[in-house]
Design a protein around this ligand. Structure first.
Ligand code: SDX
Length: 384
C-alpha cells in the first residue's frame, strides 16, 4: 500500500474562506458598476436612471456589446438583424410544441436555448450568436406559453421592437404604446448587473473556452434559482397567497411571521446593495401606476406594507425582483414567466461578459480547503 503520511491541516495557515465568494473581486469589467452603499448602477458609463429615461433595450444591447451607444445607422442595423433572426429552427419549435405542457417555462427555455446550438452556421461567430440568442429567446418563451395554454403559436413579426414583438407573440395582438414601453423599460432594467451568480456562471463556462450556447445555457440554470432570478415569480406567489386569504389578508403579520420563523422573504435583500436597489426605484413607480390602472392597487399597497415592515424589522430593502412581479402581473403575464423575461433581457449582459472574458481569458479555478480525514487504512467491504 502506498505510504501517505500527510499532516493534519493547520487552519491558521489558510486565508479566511469567503463563503459565497462574498467580497471577492475576481475580474475587472467595463460592463457595469454597482455602488451598493449609495444605490447606484452604471452600464458602461451611463447611469441606470439615464438609460431608463432614454434608452431602448436594443440600444442597451449594443452598449453592453460595444462599450458605447450606437449611432442611428448602427441601431437600425442591429434592429434589422434582431428582427430577421426571430424565427426559430423548426426542430426547436416542434420540441416546444411537443414537450410537457406542465414543464417549468425556465426549464423549457434552458432546453430550447441549448438546442439552438445545433442549428447555427458555425462560420457566423459569437457576435452573430449573441444576436440570435437575444432575438430567439422571446420567441421560445411566447411559443411555449401559447402551446401550454392550448393556443395557436403566433409567429414573430418582422417589425417592431423586441418588447413589442414579444407581447404580440404572447397575446396574439399588437400591444399599445404604454405596454410596449413598460416591457422595454423592464428589459433595460434587467440587462446587466456585474458579477451576479448567472453572469459568473457564464464567465466560468466561457473561461474553459467552451461555446457561447453552453455558457448561456449554464447561466439560465443559475438564474432560475429563487435566490437569484427566480425571486420575481416567488414574490408573486407570496402576494397571491395573501390574496387567497381574502379579508384576512395581512401583509404586515405575514412578513413578521416569516421573519420570526427565520424564513427569507423573496424580493428583499441583496449581496451588494445595502440600500434601495436603483432598479426597484423605477419598478416601484411602474407598479404603482400599473396596479392602479388595472384595478390591482391592493397588490401595490400590500407590497408597500411589506417593504415598510422589512425596513422597520430588519433594515432590508427590496431588490429588482420585488416590484417587477406586480408590474408583470398588472400587464397580464403569468407569474411563472417572470424569470423568463428576466432571462431574455439578461442574455445581453451575459453575452457581453462572455466577450469580455474571451478577450482576456484565464481558466477560472478557485481552491477549496480540504477539512476531511487523511491517512485512513483500507478495510475490505466484507469487514466494514
Ligand atoms: C437578484 O447578484 C445580483 O446582482 C443579483 C441580481 C441581478 O440583477 O443579477 O440583482 C438579481 O438575484 C436579486 C436577489 C433576488 N433574490 C431574492 O429576493 C431572494 C431573497 N433574498 C435573500 O435570499 C438574500 O438577500 C440574497 C440571496 C439576495 C443575498 O443574500 P446574502 O448576501 O448571502 O445575505 P444573507 O443571506 O447572508 O443575509 C444576511 C442577513 C441574514 O440575517 P442574519 O442571519 O444575519 O440575522 O440578512 C437576512 C439574513 O437572514 N436576509 C433576509 C433576506 N435577505 C437577507 N431576511 C429575510 N428575507 C430576506 N430576503
Amino acid at each position: 500500500m502506498a505510504e501517505h503520511n500527510l499532516q493534519k491541516i493547520d487552519l491558521s495557515e489558510y486565508p479566511h474562506i469567503n463563503k459565497g465568494l462574498d467580497g471577492i473581486v475576481a475580474f475587472s469589467t467595463t460592463k457595469s458598476f454597482i455602488d451598493g452603499q449609495s444605490g447606484d448602477l452604471i452600464y458602461s458609463g451611463y447611469h441606470i436612471d439615464t438609460l431608463a429615461e432614454n434608452a431602448t433595450f436594443e440600444e442597451v444591447c449594443f452598449l453592453l456589446w460595444n462599450d458605447r451607444l450606437p449611432n442611428k445607422q448602427e441601431l437600425d442595423d442591429l434592429n434589422k438583424q434582431l428582427r430577421n433572426k426571430r424565427e426559430l429552427p423548426e426542430p426547436v419549435l416542434s420540441y416546444i410544441q411537443s414537450t410537457n405542457k406542465k414543464a417549468e417555462p425556465m426549464a423549457v427555455l434552458r432546453t430550447a436555448v441549448s438546442m439552438l446550438a445545433d442549428f447555427v452556421d458555425e462560420t457566423e461567430g459569437d457576435n452573430s450568436y449573441a444576436i440570435t440568442l437575444t432575438a430567439q429567446m422571446p420567441t421560445i418563451i411566447a411559443a411555449f406559453d401559447r402551446a401550454r395554454n392550448g393556443n395557436e403559436i403566433v409567429a414573430p413579426l418582422n417589425e417592431g421592437s423586441t418588447a413589442f414583438n414579444f407581447l404580440y407573440m404572447l397575446n396574439g395582438e399588437k400591444p399599445g404604446e404604454a405596454a410596449e414601453r413598460t416591457m422595454d423599460l423592464c428589459l433595460v432594467l434587467h440587462a446587466e448587473h456585474g458579477m451576479n451568480a448567472s453572469t459568473f456562471t457564464c464567465r466560468t463556462i466561457c473561461a474553459t473556452e467552451s461555446d457561447i450556447f453552453s455558457a448561456v445555457t449554464g447561466a439560465i440554470g443559475a438564474l432560475k434559482g429563487p435566490l437569484h432570478g427566480g425571486a420575481n415569480t416567488a414574490v408573486m406567489k407570496t402576494l397571491l397567497k395573501l390574496k387567497d386569504q381574502g379579508d384576512d389578508a395581512d401583509p404586515v403579520a405575514f412578513t413578521k411571521g416569516k421573519l420570526d420563523r427565520k424564513e427569507k422573504i423573496m424580493g428583499f435583500g441583496h449581496r451588494v446593495y445595502k440600500t434601495f436597489d436603483p432598479r426597484a426605484v423605477h419598478l416601484r413607480k411602474m407598479s404603482k401606476t400599473l396596479s392602479e390602472e388595472t384595478g390591482h392597487e391592493y397588490l401595490y399597497e400590500w407590497s408597500e406594507a411589506m417593504l415598510k415592515t422589512m425596513k422597520d424589522e430588519k433594515n432590508i430593502d427590496p431588490n429588482v425582483d420585488f416590484f417587477s412581479a406586480t408590474v408583470y402581473y398588472s400587464i397580464g403575464i403569468q407569474p411563472d414567466l417572470y424569470t423568463c423575461i428576466f432571462t431574455m433581457s439578461r442574455v445581453s449582459g451575459w453575452t457581453a461578459h462572455y466577450f469580455e472574458q474571451k478577450a482576456n481569458n484565464r481558466l477560472i479555478r478557485p481552491r477549496a480547503l480540504y477539512v476531511g480525514e487523511k491517512n485512513l487504512e483500507w478495510v475490505p467491504a466484507e469487514k466494514r
